[in-house]
Structures are given as structure tokens and as C-alpha cells.
Design a protein around this ligand. Structure first.
Ligand SMILES: [Zn+2]
Ligand SMILES: [Zn+2]
Length: 233
């Protein structure tokens, strides 16, 4: 769907990364950032969607050494270059036009994956409620809405963060896992017997996805996958 002309005049779309106003032939990113953004290719880990360093293998090093609870995860961009700034900006602005561009790219890249999976709902990874109230939005929720508009799959806020968790930055994978133990609770009335697509901004160790997946499967979901704006390397 093209952005409406009047909306474009009133709220000129800006580059998701450097925040410059976009010219009419640019979408999502300005031409400079667009050249530097690294899009994930089909040559990624079949389990978590991370870019493969050894392309002769189907799984990345992490997925070969560790069993994840979720079925499959896919990302749109590599968390590097302009996407670092873009993700910082998105986290604190929650700008919907940026989310729309990410959702369109997600569908361009993974449209047939979406179709094949037959998801019943999109569930954003929740923030702790007090934190979300302070910020006014949850960036994963903004991405979820844009994905829903592109795919027609409804968004369900079926997960709740019931425990406040300290920031994960600088923690080892094992520490992250411990940090997130029992952090999520799923609504079994909503997810029972359903195929769930979770979404989040950045995929790093998979600890958040595994903890959230555990809660969803415990509540009766039959399958849990993930779609992320960016994947770490
Ligand atoms: Zn730019
Ligand atoms: Zn992997």
C-alpha cells in the first residue's frame, strides 16, 4: 500500500536510521542508509534466522550447541551499520512509519514462510507494565501492528511480563536465561491450540524467545515462531 499523499505532506516519512525526511522515491530508508543496511538473505540459520558464517551448514554455531524451545525465527536486517541507530531510534520513538517499512521488508523476504506457517496470531514480546507506561508504547507492539496490517494476522496481547527483570546487556547466555526464569505468563484461553508468531525488535541469544515460548507452550500453544526486525551476528 502506498503512503497517502496528504499524510505524506502532513507527516513526511523519515529515514528509519538517520531521521532525514525521505524524498518521494525513497521508502523506509534514505538512499545513503539504504545502501549500508544489510538485509538478511535466505542463506540464514534454518532455526533462528541468524546469518550463517559457514554457508554449507543449515544451523548456526549457537543452534548447533543449544536446543531452543521456539520452532523457527526469522529476521529482516543484520544489527549493524545504520540499523544500530535505527533500532535505538525505534525503541525510543516507536514511530509507526518505520515499523511499516520493516513490516513490508519482512513480507518481501519471508512472505512464503508466513504463508506456510499459517499463524493464528501475532504476539509482541511484552515489556514490564510499569516500564511500558513510562515509555508510552512497546516497540515490539508497534512492529506487531504493522505486521498485522500487512498480513491480516491479528495481534493478541496474550503474554504478560509478570516479573521485573534487570537489563540483559552484558550478561552471558546462561545469566540471561536465569534472569528470565518465570518472567512471562501466557493467557491459555487465547493461545490454546494456536500457532503463535512472536515478534520483537532484536534477536540476540534467544533467551527472551525461549522464556516466552516456554510460557506459551505451557499454556497450550501448539507452535511458537518469531519474527525480528534485526538479528545479531
Ligand atoms: Zn538515512
Ligand atoms: Zn541459529
Amino acid at each position: 500500500m502506498r503512503i497517502g499523499r496528504f499524510r505524506r505532506i502532513l507527516f513526511p516519512p523519515r529515514c528509519g536510521a538517520c531521521d532525514q525526511v525521505l524524498s518521494p522515491d525513497e521508502e523506509g530508508f534514505c538512499r545513503w542508509c539504504n545502501d549500508l543496511v544489510i538485509r538478511v538473505t535466505k542463506n540464514c540459520c534454518v532455526k533462528c534466522g541468524r546469518t550463517l558464517t559457514d554457508e554449507t551448514r543449515a544451523l548456526c554455531d549457537d543452534c548447533r550447541s543449544k536446543k531452543h524451545l521456539f520452532s523457527e525465527g526469522r529476521s529482516v536486517y543484520v544489527y549493524d551499520g545504520p540499523m544500530r541507530e535505527a533500532m535505538y531510534r525505534f525503541k525510543y520513538s516507536g514511530r509507526y512509519s518505520a515499523a511499516e517499512a520493516y513490516a513490508r521488508d519482512a513480507l518481501d523476504l519471508w512472505g512464503s514462510w508466513f504463508e506456510g506457517m499459517g499463524f493464528d496470531m501475532i504476539v509482541p514480546v511484552p515489556m514490564y507494565p510499569a516500564k511500558e507506561r513510562r515509555r508510552g508504547f512497546n516497540q515490539a507492539g508497534v512492529f506487531a501492528k504493522a505486521l498485522s496490517a500487512e498480513t491480516g494476522i491479528p495481534v493478541r496481547e496474550a503474554l504478560e511480563r509478570v516479573r521485573k527483570t534487570p537489563p540483559m546487556k552484558g550478561l552471558s547466555p546462561e545469566e540471561r536465561r536465569k534472569n528470565l526464569k518465570n518472567a512471562f505468563q501466557a493467557d491459555d484461553f487465547v493461545v490454546k491450540s494456536k500457532k503463535v508468531l512472536m515478534c520483537d525488535d532484536i534477536y540476540t541469544t534467544g533467551a527472551t524467545m525461549d522464556a516466552a515460548t516456554g510460557a506459551l507452550l505451557g499454556a497450550g500453544a501448539v507452535k511458537v515462531c518469531g519474527i525480528f526486525i534485526c538479528t545479531g551476528e
